[in-house]
Design a protein. Sequence first.
Length: 343
Amino acid sequence: MSTRTSGSLRTYLLTRLLLFIPNVLIILTIVFVLMRVAPGDPVSVARGGQLPPEQIAMLRRQAGYDRPLLVQYWEYLTGVVRLDFGRTITDSREVTQIIVTNGGATLTLTLAALVVAILIGVPLGLLSGRRRDTALDAGARVFGILTYAAPVFFVGLLLQLLFARTLGWLPSSSQATPIMQARVPTRTHIYLLDALLAGDTEAFLNGLQHLILPALTLGLLLSGVFMRIIRVNVVQTLRHDYVEAARARGIPERRVVVQHAFRNALVPFVTVLGLNVALLLGGAILTEQTFNWPGVGSQLVRYLANRDYVAVQGIVTMFALAVVTISLIIDLINAIIDPRVRY
């Protein structure tokens, strides 16, 4: 790597890292303001009518909601730096503990859905771009539109009806059967990994069966996006002069498509992959509700129903930090694999 190239890469990486701080600060400020514009303070909203006014006032003082907004804002920022997202009002749980306990299920679902989306969307986009304006291409484009537009909960209900109720092939809800969950010791809060660490193959396979439908539901949501990105870039790449030159030299068409068109289509695909993390996490919340999946998203919905804004603020902050961090990682990977991004 030349000195100029390595210097431009270091400059780009440093710039992105410096921009990461104000991005995070803006997101944290938006979350804080949105939670404060709701009518009433979080303690009165969550516990009003359940406790006498004296206890409500005591809880407000303990939580710091009787202090000025600037003081609350500073305490909120310093808490996030310490990875302290507060304590819920309704059941007095630390939000960090909720994220640790339920985050493994959300991580499992998200990664499995990402694998499904890649396995479906990438090959389909490659075939569609290679066979442009054919029946296969038209069908793939319709598939992309339908999967992107269809509500994730509706797709989940259809899959439950078909594979769980009608055919009886797969379980319709939960992360595993209660018996299997009870016999697997919790070590990492990731059920499949805990089952492997315990050497329980039956419990691991049971967890995989329960994972198929929610992962397929959420994966279909993104597969259409991936398919369209790959297709567009494959079509554009196949029009370039160097591709025509490769064909003129007698290089087989399959090798031209795979080594030239597909490799160049992966660069924007990586970018879109990072941008769709928010879509994936948002879909995970609805998917967890549909399949009774014990993730962070299901906890968020529960605390929303209880109007526990402290818990909601902490969980939303965690989601926002995850999205910004993953986007930063994707940008850095992009700069490494594509030198044009650095300039």
